[in-house]
Ligand binder design. Sequence first.
Ligand code: ADP
Length: 527
Amino acid sequence: MLTDYRVRQRDYLLQISRALTSRLNLTEVLNMILQQATDLLNGSAALIALVEADGTYRVRQSYGISEVLLERLGTLKFGGGLKQAIRELESRLVRLASEFGLGTWQVIAMPLQVGEDEFLGAIYVFRARGIPFGVSDRQLLQSFADQAAIAVNNARLYEQLAHEKRRLDAILEFSADGVAILDAAHRILTFNRTLSRLLKIPAERALGQRFEDVVKLVQKRSGMTLEEAEAGGWPIVGATRPVRVEGDLRCSDGSTVSVEIAFVPLFSREGRLINIIADVYDLTRFRIAEEIKATFISAISHELKTPVTLIKGYASTLLRQDAQWDEEVVRESLRVIEEEADHLHELIENLLDASRAQTGRFRLSPVELDLNELVHKVARKFQAQAPTHRIQVALAEDLPLVFADEARITQVLGNLLSNAIKYSPPSSEIRITGQATPTEVILSISDQGPGIPPEEQERIFDRFYRGENALRGGKPGTGLGLYLTRALVEAHGGRIWVESDGKSGSTFHFSLPRSSALVTSATKQAP
Ligand code: ADP
């Protein structure tokens, strides 16, 4: 009779362990363990506490135990190893049960252990009444706990794996580089968002296609394509050196994009090629930066050459032994030399300022400044230099004071006025207006030049950027003026922007905080 009972128990145990180990969802597995254990030992409640990554011991799942009681248990931290933790929790639970008026609880606990020394946690089964747990119950729970531990371990590993996969998927999907994962026959298995955006091809359309049919290289600049590398014996097992190719890809709308692609092989343990990872790096910004740098170098060389040639020419003429120059010619020549030397000095200062602007190291000496006076002074100077233009100043009456560096604001006005003169036809009008708002003063400089197309209106403030009109019209310049102007205005806490329809004239506006606004906010901040 007893043997029969034992056989039935063993069969039952076997059934349970099969059911358990076939599941991979941790919560489901824990629930099942608790129900079966309660059933098996004729208990009334059960719980499982698992060791967490941070070493704490936490109730992960319970059965037949009230939430309030569980809350009182809280997170458990034990110093003396799992055995002590099990005993400690046992006595805590029994104490709490009687505190909650649940009567005397019998409790039996068993560690959930995989292998010799890997403790996952422990299982507890409670009997509210009836006969106390005996040796056979302990043995039964022991056999059950061993199976349960395997199931918990599998589910935990699976959970970790699933979590890791989700993390990798997210990294891949949101990577700044375009990434595709291919099988050994170059069929696309994964096509991330960046690549999809770069080539303007939805991922659904790319999946399952051959890489070469989707990511079409129309012009190779350097390196080796995947086919070329494979023809040369790539990849070699054990070597994970990527193959690189640089060139232009055709997007789905017909446009092209400059990229570098790195192919990395992924081998199975047996040395079979399972995947190729293609990392597509967009070189557009790099190309633009290269282009801008080249334009800048040619512009700055030109800008430096002109004054140097003039200085050299006039100085050589004056030094000629075979000629006598009258005083007027000498004076005029020296004036040109001085003017061109000033021009060189200004250029070098602009370059130094550009580097200061990049590192945010402008040193300002702000004072309470009357813009009315300053604007008229600068306008008079430029009117004298460009007599054919008509420079009109119309500032609002009682323009309030601003708190600014006089030399730097003179530079800002100078840059904007010299651009207005440079880009607009002679004898056209340039207007400087100014008005105040409750917090700032806004100065505006309008010209009747060719205007600035909307797509260029942000970029003209970039370092070294020169617009179409400047390049087409062969206007001198380095593309530094507006970059510096913006940096200077922003260093004062102001803003700068341009208004233009791209056809008839431009208006540059810049703002400076009102002196009183600054004083008020400074007072407000004072303790
Ligand atoms: P640059 O040395 O080329 O004048 P800036 O930084 O001063 O450099 O200006 C950048 C670009 O903005 C210029 O190349 C030009 O295309 C455009 N630009 C600036 N001011 C004007 C203006 N008043 N009218 C038309 N285009 C302008």
